[in-house]
Design a binder for this molecule. Structure first.
Ligand SMILES: Nc1nc2c(c(=O)[nH]1)N[C@H]1C(S)=C(S)[C@@H](COP(=O)(O)O)O[C@H]1N2
Ligand SMILES: [Mo]
Length: 245
């Protein structure tokens, strides 16, 4: 079977299973094709598995919409209060020269990058929308390093299945699978709308995953862990692990 007809056939199977005998069957099918998200055993259960599997089959290789400069939002909304932690303020006062992004786990060459080092890597900008699950959104130009380039620099091992990202705000840790980690629009961003990324928007460093809802674009990231296993009970704020849009 060609890739396209195989995909159509898998989608038909998933749809029929969901309609005819309920979500549990669809989840079993999804499991057979290796499309089970790590939180499938949790409250979202088979429903989340079906969404994830269906979206993965439909959107494989697809791009989030990119906009023109004239569509950039005049007043982007910074969600949440400014960070007050003494350690964050100390780092900010030093121009974040001590901020590090460490990369560990299933990589050939674990590393720790300064902002200056990240800025010296190939730069990419994208004008994409950040869409919050609560209904608001804004369009901004994001500048940074494509995550796939960074991962290529440290060398991911073949067993890699997920990239976990850690935030200075510990409870915001999250992860994506390799399809999203290696997607050309998934970036580690240090710039927004032509300037440094403001701290309100996650400066000095935030993850941008434009094909998923805003909460996957975690702010204040300082560590990446490449792994073959994610043990998820709930996501940041208790949302579904997969938030494809
Ligand atoms: N560390 C951290 N990352 C975060 C959040 C947060 O509160 N802390 N909020 C998330 C949510 S729910 C959304 S919608 C976006 C909001 O991004 P913004 O503040 O740039 O508007 O950031 C996401 N990343
Ligand atoms: Mo959000």
């Amino acid at each position: 079977m060609s890739n396209t007809s195989r995909r159509k056939w898998m989608l038909a199977g998933l749809g029929a299973a969901a309609g005819a005998s309920g979500l549990a069957v669809a989840a079993r099918l999804a499991d057979r094709y290796g499309l089970i998200p790590p939180d499938a055993g949790h409250i979202y259960g088979p429903g989340a598995a079906l969404t994830y599997a269906t979206q993965r089959l439909l959107t494989e290789g697809s791009m989030a919409r990119e906009f023109s400069r004239s569509q950039i939002s005049a007043r982007p909304f910074a969600n949440g209060k400014p960070l007050q932690e003494a350690e964050f303020l100390r780092l900010q006062e030093g121009g974040f020269s001590e901020w590090r992004l460490s990369v560990d786990g299933l990589v050939a060459r674990p590393a720790s990058f300064t902002l200056a080092e990240l800025k010296s890597m190939p730069t990419r900008s994208q004008i994409t929308q950040l869409a919050c699950e609560e209904g608001w959104s804004f369009i901004a130009e994001w500048t940074g390093v494509v995550l796939a380039d960074l991962l290529a620099a440290v060398g991911i091992l073949p067993q890699a299945r997920f990239v976990r990202y850690h935030s200075f705000q510990k409870h915001w840790d999250d992860s994506v699978d390799m399809a999203d980690a290696l997607h050309p629009q998934t970036m580690i961003t240090y710039g927004m709308n032509g300037g440094d990324l403001p701290t309100g928007h996650g400066g000095p460093l935030r993850m941008r995953v434009p094909r998923q809802l805003g909460y996957k674009s975690v702010k204040y990231i300082n560590r990446l862990t490449v792994t073959d296993e994610i043990k998820m009970t709930s996501n940041a704020g208790g949302y579904a692990w997969y938030a494809g849009i």
